[in-house]
Design a protein around this ligand. Structure first.
Ligand code: SF4
Length: 344
């Protein structure tokens, strides 16, 4: 199969074009056609010479995803089901909120992380998404919006662990946040991870810009490694130490996501312990009451328990926000996905 131009960053596209013996600035023209005008054929790139367009169409392709279905929830959120070129399926979820329109995208088909509270984790990993497939979820959803609507925020919290697909995800982040690409401010792009420590450090070393959310979900190593097997490899204490040391830009904070599960991680003792273990991390906490799901053996805490947990964090000086689920009636890919999106 011909290489997909949407798998390339600007620098990579420049190198590709240079291979044709053409000026590097042609790459910027092509990026504009792909991400500003959003064309699907080389023929439409009318400021390129016909000869170059013909050569490009013989040596490369412009991918897109096939939209199979859109389901709209009672609360206005929408789930998009896309088919990939190999027949695999991915989901993206669009969440309208006061003053913003957030799209949650997937980064893998399935997921290898095996979090016990998540349906996607039960099925295992099929494969990584390419950079083009990650970006095409955004382009595919945007295409169906009416003229007044615009996606304002992107969250990488759908199916898959983004940092387990590091190369393709970081390329996609570069295109999302480049003016010549999708032109989003990095403050409007949030990557959520289970805590793959080496890749978290590498993000900063590589200068990849985005907001970072870490799925914490427990106040002890024992409970966390029960809920999230990855914690056996990257223990809670090391994860928090990494978070403390990450060179966050001024005024930036890490978001800790904490799915509250009845009788597992929702006690007063958990809340108090949480306030102690996250000390020294520039952070805020999103509390997400668990979404009950027939195939999983967990329950949602009572509202009193949730509010008490929140109060304990606030009294210790933390920003702790309650995130209610959206679109429960359209059941998205990740069991806890919708709750994690709000306010990321
Ligand atoms: S919660 Fe996220 S990281 Fe964990 S298994 Fe589900 S999709 Fe993977």
């Amino acid at each position: 199969m011909l290489p997909d131009l949407k798998n390339l960053t600007l620098e990579e596209l420049e190198a590709f074009i240079a291979g044709f013996g053409k000026e590097r600035y042609r790459a910027r023209q092509i990026m504009k056609w792909l991400y500003h005008h959003r064309v699907s054929t080389f023929e439409e790139m009318t400021d390129l010479a016909k000869e170059l367009r013909t050569r490009l169409s013989r040596k490369a392709r412009i991918s897109s995803l096939k939209l199979l279905a859109v389901q709209t929830s009672r609360d206005g959120s929408k789930k998009y089901l896309f088919e990939l070129e190999d027949g695999g399926l991915v989901e993206s979820v669009l969440i309208p909120e006061e003053g913003r329109l957030t799209l949650c995208i997937s980064t893998q088909v399935g997921c290898a992380m095996g979090c016990r509270f998540c349906l996607t984790g039960k099925g295992g990993l099929a494969r990584d998404l390419t950079t083009g497939e990650i970006l095409n979820q955004i382009l595919g959803v945007a295409q169906g919006l009416n003229g007044k609507e615009r996606i304002t925020n992107i969250v990488l919290m759908g199916m898959g662990e983004p940092l387990a697909n590091y190369e393709n995800v970081t390329r996609a982040l570069k295109v999302m946040t480049a003016d010549i690409g999708l032109g989003l401010s990095y403050r409007r792009v949030t990557l959520s991870t289970v805590g793959l420590i080496p890749q978290m450090k590498r993000l900063f070393k590589d200068g990849v810009r985005c907001r970072l959310a870490v799925s914490l979900n427990a106040s002890t190593q024992k409970v966390r490694s029960y809920l999230m097997p990855i914690s056996k490899k990257y223990p809670l204490q090391s994860l928090l130490e990494t978070c403390r040391r990450l060179p966050l830009p001024p005024r930036e904070r890490i978001t800790f996501e904490y799915v509250l599960i009845r009788g597992i991680n929702d006690s007063e003792t958990d809340a108090q312990r949480l306030t102690r273990i996250i000390k020294g991390v520039r952070c805020k906490v999103n509390l997400i009451p668990y979404n009950e799901c027939p195939d999983l053996p967990f329950n949602r805490p009572t509202i009193q328990t949730v509010l008490l947990f929140q109060r304990i964090l606030i009294e210790e000086g933390y920003t702790a926000l309650l995130r209610e689920s959206r679109g429960e009636d359209i059941s998205a890919a990740c069991g806890q996905l919708r709750g994690r999106i709000k306010g990321s």
